[in-house]
Design a protein around this ligand. Structure first.
Ligand code: PGA
Length: 222
């Protein structure tokens, strides 16, 4: 049976108390299934408190970051290294289109971040914007997120998303592929049902705890 990944990308949202409210709504309402991997990716400053709340509640929730440094520890002002993040996270979203567009992140930088993640035992989730975006060596988890579908309410159709996934898998058979871009509790299931789609990366609709629980429930294999 394939894994199903449901990943909340909070982007630049939530104070610590808002983050903890979300955990108290989502945590107790998550089903435990072997194939189900539910991940929350808070801001750097929220990560530690979120991790503690998950441990205290013993909730089936993995913590991820939204980025990490392409460098080891040292004189890199403002950067969070993989070694530091490893204290709290098991996964890192890398190469999101918002980082590529707003912070000039290049394919080369994404590849260095993937190396850092792998070296420190963090699973890199590499975001690609089309089947032409390079997938760095060692990547096992990819999110296909067409830029025009992000935050617009106009997702790729499940058929289009699957056909891109198939193209990617032809060259990278070992990779699990998620879809991201305007996912809601209404449309999530249609993507999960596709054989070559192993989950969803959710931005806007992940911010409300109740809506996120609905998305996770929609993704359960009955
Ligand atoms: P969206 O964002 O769900 O708000 O479209 C998805 C993403 O950017 O990962």
């Amino acid at each position: 049976m394939k894994n199903i990944w449901v990943i909340a990308n909070w982007k630049s949202n939530k104070t610590i108390s808002e983050a903890l409210d979300w955990i108290s709504i989502v945590g107790p309402n998550l089903e435990k299934r072997d194939y189900l991997k539910v991940v929350v990716c808070p801001t750097f400053t929220d990560i530690e408190e979120v991790k503690k709340a998950i441990q205290v509640g013993n909730f089936p929730l993995i913590v991820g970051s939204q980025d990490l440094s392409p460098y080891e520890a040292g004189a890199y002002t403002g950067e969070e290294t993989a070694a530091i993040l490893r204290q709290f996270v098991d996964l890192a979203i890398l190469g999101h289109s918002e980082r590529r567009q707003n912070f000039n992140e290049t394919d080369d930088m994404v590849a260095r971040k993937v190396e850092q993640a792998l070296e420190h035992n963090i699973t890199p989730l590499v975001c690609i914007q089309s089947d032409h975006t390079p997938i760095p060596k060692g990547t096992k988890l990819v999110a296909y997120e067409p830029v025009e579908a992000i935050g617009t309410g106009h997702p790729d159709s499940p058929q289009e998303a699957e056909s891109v996934s198939q193209k990617i898998k032809a060259d990278h058979p070992q990779v699990e592929i998620l879809y991201g871009g305007s996912i809601t509790s209404e449309n999530a299931k249609a993507y999960i049902c596709r054989e070559d789609i192993s989950g969803v990366l959710v931005g806007e609709a992940s911010l409300e705890g109740e809506e996120f629980v609905k998305i996770v429930n929609a993704c359960l294999i009955q």
